[in-house]
Design a protein around this ligand. Structure first.
Ligand code: HAM
Length: 425
C-alpha cells in the first residue's frame, strides 16, 4: 500500500509555491516598513505554555491540540498558534531588557486537530505579527493599518475589518456575570454544548452557530455597554485613529475570540468569498499575557493571517514559476562532456541553465527545452567547439545571435535584463 500524507496536512507543490513565496516575501517587505523584525520559534513547546495562555476552557486547549509525551516523560504540544511561543521567547531571552518595545513577526506552520474542510486544516500556516510594550491606542490602529496595507499589496480585496473590545480584568468579570445571568434565563433554548459551557466560557455562547442559540442571544447584553472608563476611552481612541488613517471598519460587539488571553481591542478580517471559514486574519490586544507567563508587566497586540486562506482568495491567479534562462543542447560525446562543464560555469555566473544528461537526440533535447519554457537555447557540437562560438536562440521570437562561448553569460544577462524592463508606452 502507498503511504499517503496525513488528513488535513497538505503538500505545497511547485506551481502553488510561487503564490506562497509571494505572500511571505510581501509580508517581510511590508512589515519591515513598520519596524517589525522576524523571529522563528520551535514548532513544539511545553503543553503548559498553551494551556496557560490560550485558556483551559477554549476549544483549542480542550480538544484540538496535538499533545504527546516525549521519551523523557514531558508533555509537549505542536504549537496551535504563535503568540504564546513569541511571548515565551520574549521572556526567556529578556528581549525587554534590550528594548522595551519589541515588534516581531513570524511565518510558519501551526497544528490544530480540527475537522478538515475548505479553509480549515490540521497543519496550516500563519503569518503573524506582535507588538509588545506599547499601551497607546495608536499602536492598535497602526497594527491594523499594516494588516490592511498588506492585504492591498497582495491584492486581497473585498474584505471587511471588524473590531470589538473585550474589556479588561476590571470590567470583564462584571460583564461576564451579566451575560451568565442573561443566559441562565434561556438555558432551555441553548444547545447542549452551550448549556455545558455557559458558566465557564459564556462569551463562546455568543459565537455558537446553532440557530437556537443565535435566536436566544439576539438581545444579549453588549460587552461595549459594560466597558470600564479606561477600556471605553481606549476603544474610542482606536476608532478615532482608524478614522484618521481612513481605514474602514465595522464594530461587531458580538465578536468572540477563541483564545482567552485577549483584553481590550480585538479584530477580525473577514472575506465573504471564503464561505464558512471566512476569517482571513484575526488578533487583538493581550495586556496581561506576558505577566501571566512570568514576564514583566508589559502590554501586547498582534494578529495572525491564515496563509491557506490567503491562497484560496488568490483563486486561480498563478504566479509563473521561474524558467531556465538557457537550455544547452549538445551533439556528440565530446560536446556533451564539455557542455556539462559549461553549464556548471554559467550557473556559477548566476544564470539558470539546464541540459539533458542522457545523451538523447537533438529533437528530444529541444522538446525538453520547450517543456521547461527556457528563454534561450543553444546547440553545442563539434563545429561550435572548434570555432569557440555558438548561436543563441531566443525561444519565443526564434531570433539567433552568434556569440563567443566566453561571452555567453554577458550577452544573456544583457538580453534578459532588457526583456525584464517594462515596455515603454
Ligand atoms: P486565530 O483566530 O486562532 O488567532 O487564528 C488566526 C488565523 O489563522 C485565522 O483567522 C485563520 O485565518 C487561520 N487559521 C486558524 N485556524 C486554522 C485552520 N485550522 N486552518 C486554516 N487556517 C486557520 C490566533 O492564532 C492568534 N495567535 C492571533 C493573534 C496574534 N492574536 C494576537 N496576536
Amino acid at each position: 500500500m502507498n503511504i499517503t500524507g496525513i488528513k488535513g496536512m497538505n503538500d505545497i507543490l511547485p506551481g502553488d509555491i510561487e503564490t506562497w513565496q509571494f505572500l511571505e516575501n510581501t509580508a517581510r517587505r511590508v512589515f519591515g516598513l513598520y519596524g517589525f523584525g522576524e523571529i522563528r520559534m520551535p514548532v513544539v513547546e511545553k503543553t503548559e505554555l498553551f494551556s496557560r495562555s490560550i485558556g483551559e476552557t477554549t476549544d483549542i486547549v480542550e480538544k484540538e491540540m496535538y499533545t504527546f509525551t516525549d521519551k523523557g516523560g514531558n508533555s509537549l504540544t505542536l504549537r496551535p498558534e504563535g503568540t504564546a511561543s513569541v511571548m515565551r521567547a520574549y521572556i526567556q531571552h529578556k528581549l525587554h531588557a534590550r528594548d522595551p518595545i519589541a515588534k516581531l513577526f513570524y511565518i510558519g506552520p501551526m497544528f490544530r486537530h480540527e475537522r478538515p474542510q475548505k479553509g480549515r486544516y490540521r497543519q496550516f500556516h500563519q503569518i503573524g505579527a506582535e507588538a509588545v510594550g506599547i499601551d497607546d491606542p495608536k499602536i492598535d490602529a497602526q497594527v491594523l493599518a499594516m494588516l490592511m496595507h498588506y492585504c492591498e499589496e497582495v491584492d486581497i480585496r473585498d474584505v471587511e475589518l471588524q473590531i470589538n473590545s473585550l474589556g479588561c480584568p476590571e470590567c470583564r468579570p462584571g460583564y461576564r456575570q451579566i451575560l451568565i445571568d442573561f443566559l441562565e434565563k434561556r438555558l432551555s433554548e441553548l444547545c447542549e454544548d452551550c448549556r455545558r459551557r455557559y458558566r465557564s466560557n459564556p462569551l463562546r455562547v455568543l459565537d455558537c452557530k446553532v440557530p437556537g442559540c443565535k435566536d436566544a442571544t439576539v438581545l444579549a447584553p453588549s460587552v461595549l455597554d459594560h466597558l470600564c472608563a479606561g477600556c471605553a476611552e481606549h476603544f474610542a481612541q482606536v476608532k478615532m485613529h482608524l478614522d484618521d488613517l481612513d481605514l474602514v471598519y465595522v464594530v461587531n460587539a458580538r465578536m468572540v475570540r477563541g483564545l482567552d488571553y485577549y483584553t481590550k481591542t480585538t479584530f477580525e478580517i473577514l472575506a465573504g468569498s471564503l464561505g464558512a471559514q471566512n476569517a482571513v486574519a484575526a488578533g487583538g490586544r493581550y495586556d496581561r499575557l506576558v505577566k501571566e507567563l512570568g514576564g514583566p508587566d508589559v502590554p501586547g497586540i498582534g494578529f495572525a493571517m491564515g496563509v491557506e486562506r490567503l491562497v484560496l482568495m488568490k483563486g486561480d491567479e498563478r504566479i509563473a514559476p521561474s524558467c531556465p534562462d538557457l537550455f544547452l543542447a549538445t551533439l556528440g560525446e565530446e560536446a556533451h562532456r564539455r557542455g556539462f562543464a559549461l553549464v556548471h560555469r554559467l550557473q556559477r555566473q548566476g544564470l539558470r541553465v539546464e541540459m539533458d544528461f542522457e545523451g538523447r537526440s537533438l529533437k528530444a533535447q529541444m522538446r525538453r527545452a520547450d517543456k521547461l519554457n527556457a528563454a534561450y537555447s543553444m546547440i553545442l557540437g563539434e563545429n561550435e567547439l572548434a570555432d569557440g562560438k555558438v548561436a543563441l536562440r531566443d525561444m519565443s521570437s526564434g531570433g539567433q545571435y552568434a556569440v563567443a562561448i566566453e561571452q555567453i553569460a554577458t550577452l544573456l544577462r544583457q538580453r534578459l535584463a532588457r526583456e525584464a524592463q517594462p515596455e515603454s508606452p
